[in-house]
Design a protein around this ligand. Structure first.
Ligand SMILES: Cc1ncc(COP(=O)(O)O)c(C=O)c1O
Ligand SMILES: [Zn+2]
Length: 400
C-alpha cells in the first residue's frame, strides 16, 4: 500500500458526506448517493512524466503508485478527421474520437483500468460487476492481469462475442435471465458481502468519471463546438464535462462544447426526461440492437438525473434514434471511413441527420463524435454478400 498521503476524497453528491478513497467505495456509505472524486486543483502542466495512456494525466487521477497501475495500454485513442463521412452527413468539420479500439475493444477500459488499479493500491481482495457486456469484457482482462478474482453478472441476451470475451479470461461469468438492472442489484449485494470493489460502470463505479475525463485531455486542443456521445446511464458524458471543468480551472481552455447525448429509442429514459423536463424514471424494458445502451435504470434512476444535470448545465441535448437509423449509421461509418463499430457506438452518427434538421447543430460547426465499442463485438447487423458458389472455378470474373 502507498505510504504517500492522499490528496483526494470522495464526496457524496446527495448528502455531502466524505468517504476515504482507501475503502474504494461504490456509493455513499451513509445514503447510497453518487460519489464524486475531489482532486487537488490542476497545475496546468497536465502530464505524468514518462507515463503513457491515461496515466499521462496522473495529476487528474486519484493517486496510485506506478507499480500498482494495471495497464493494457488504454487511453491515447485516435482522433480522426473525416472527409467522406462529413460529406455524406452534410457537415463541414466532423471528427471521430475512436475509443472503440481500446485494448478490449471499448472505452470502458479507461474506467476499469483505473478502478482495478485502485483495488490493487488499497489491497482489495476481489472485483465484481454488472455489465451489458463491454465493461464485463474489460474487467475480465484487467482482473486477469491484476491476478484478482472477478464475478461478472451479464444478461443472457448479451452478444455472444462479449460473453466469450469474458469467459476466455477465466472470470466467473454469471448469465442472468433478466436485464442489467437485475444484474446491478446482484453485483451491489455481492460487493457488500465480500468487500469486493464494485466495477459496475454506472455511477456505482465513481472512478469512471475521472477516467473518462482523460478523453477530454486528449481532445481539448481540437476545440470542438459539440460532442456527440452514446449514453446509457451517462458517466462517459459526466467525465468528459468534468474534464473540461478541470481544464477551465487550469486556464487551458476558455469554452466547453455542448454535449449531445444519444440513446436508443427502445431505451431512452434520459432523453425522455430531457424532452418532458421532469425527473428520470425507470424505463420499461424492450429489446434493441444497441444492447450496450439497454439500461432501464431501475433502482438507480438518480444516475440518469445526475447525467441530465450535466447536460442541462452545459447547454446540451438528449435525444434518441431507432434501430434502423442505428444500423444505417454503423454502415455509413464503415463504408465511408472504414471504422467498424458495434451498433451502440453508431448512435451519434445515426443522430446527425435529425440534429441538423431541427437546428441543434449547424453544418459549419466543429463536431466530434466519440465511438465507444468495436464492431467485432456485435456483427449481427452486417449481412454477408458472397460471390457465386462456384467461384473461382467457373465464375465469370468480368461480371464481379
Ligand atoms: C459501446 C458503449 N457505448 C456507450 C455506452 C454508454 O456509456 P455510459 O455507461 O457512460 O452511459 C456503453 C455502456 O455500456 C457502451 O458499452
Ligand atoms: Zn450520502
Amino acid at each position: 500500500m502507498s505510504s504517500s498521503p492522499n490528496r483526494e476524497t470522495l464526496r457524496c453528491t446527495a448528502c455531502g458526506a466524505k468517504t476515504p478513497i482507501e475503502d474504494v467505495p461504490s456509493t455513499c456509505p451513509a445514503c447510497r448517493g453518487i460519489l464524486d472524486l475531489e482532486l487537488a486543483a490542476p497545475s496546468g502542466r497536465a502530464t505524468g512524466g514518462e507515463a503513457t495512456g491515461i496515466w499521462r494525466w496522473a495529476e487528474h487521477l486519484p493517486s496510485c503508485d506506478p507499480e500498482n497501475r494495471i495497464t493494457l495500454g488504454e487511453g491515447a485513442s485516435p482522433l480522426l478527421a473525416t472527409a467522406r463521412l462529413a460529406d455524406k452527413t452534410g457537415l463541414r468539420d466532423l471528427w471521430i474520437k475512436n475509443d472503440s479500439i481500446m485494448p478490449t475493444g471499448s472505452f470502458k477500459d479507461r474506467a476499469i483500468a483505473l478502478a482495478t488499479s485502485l483495488a490493487r493500491q488499497y489491497e482489495k481482495p476481489g472485483l465484481v460487476l454488472s455489465s451489458s457486456g463491454n465493461a464485463g469484457a474489460s474487467s475480465a482482462a484487467y482482473a486477469a492481469r491484476a491476478g484478482l478474482p472477478l464475478v461478472v453478472f451479464v444478461p443472457a441476451t448479451a452478444p455472444e462475442a462479449k460473453l466469450r470475451q469474458i469467459a476466455a479470461t477465466g472470470a466467473q461469468l454469471v448469465t442472468i435471465d433478466g436485464n442489467t438492472a437485475h444484474c446491478c442489484r446482484l453485483a451491489d449485494q455481492l460487493s457488500r458481502e465480500k468487500g469486493w470493489v464494485n466495477l459496475t460502470t454506472t455511477y456505482h463505479n465513481p472512478y469512471g468519471v475521472d477516467a473518462y475525463a482523460t478523453i477530454t485531455y486528449e481532445i481539448a486542443a481540437l476545440e470542438p463546438d459539440v460532442i456527440l456521445l452514446p449514453i446509457s446511464s451517462g458517466p462517459l458524458l459526466a467525465g468528459i464535462m468534468k474534464g473540461y471543468l478541470r481544464l477551465m480551472a487550469a486556464g487551458i481552455v476558455t469554452s466547453i462544447p455542448r454535449p449531445i447525448a444519444v440513446q436508443a429509442e427502445a431505451c431512452a429514459p434520459i432523453a425522455r426526461a430531457f424532452a418532458y423536463g421532469g425527473p428520470v424514471e425507470t424505463w420499461a424494458h424492450r429489446a434493441t440492437i444497441a444492447s450496450a445502451l439497454n439500461d432501464t435504470l431501475e433502482g438507480y434512476e438518480r444516475d440518469g438525473d445526475y447525467t441530465l444535470d450535466w447536460i442541462r448545465r452545459h447547454d446540451g441535448t438528449a435525444m434518441a434514434v431507432d434501430d434502423d437509423a442505428i444500423r444505417a449509421g454503423a454502415e455509413l461509418l464503415a463504408t465511408t471511413e472504414g471504422i467498424l463499430v458495434e451498433p451502440s457506438a453508431a448512435v451519434p452518427i445515426a443522430a446527425i441527420d435529425r440534429l441538423l434538421e431541427i437546428g441543434l447543430i449547424e453544418k459549419d460547426e466543429r463536431i466530434l463524435a466519440v465511438t465507444t465499442g468495436h464492431g467485432l463485438k456485435d456483427m449481427s447487423w452486417v449481412s454477408v454478400r458472397t460471390a457465386p458458389n462456384d467461384y473461382p472455378a467457373n465464375a465469370d470474373l468480368n461480371a464481379i
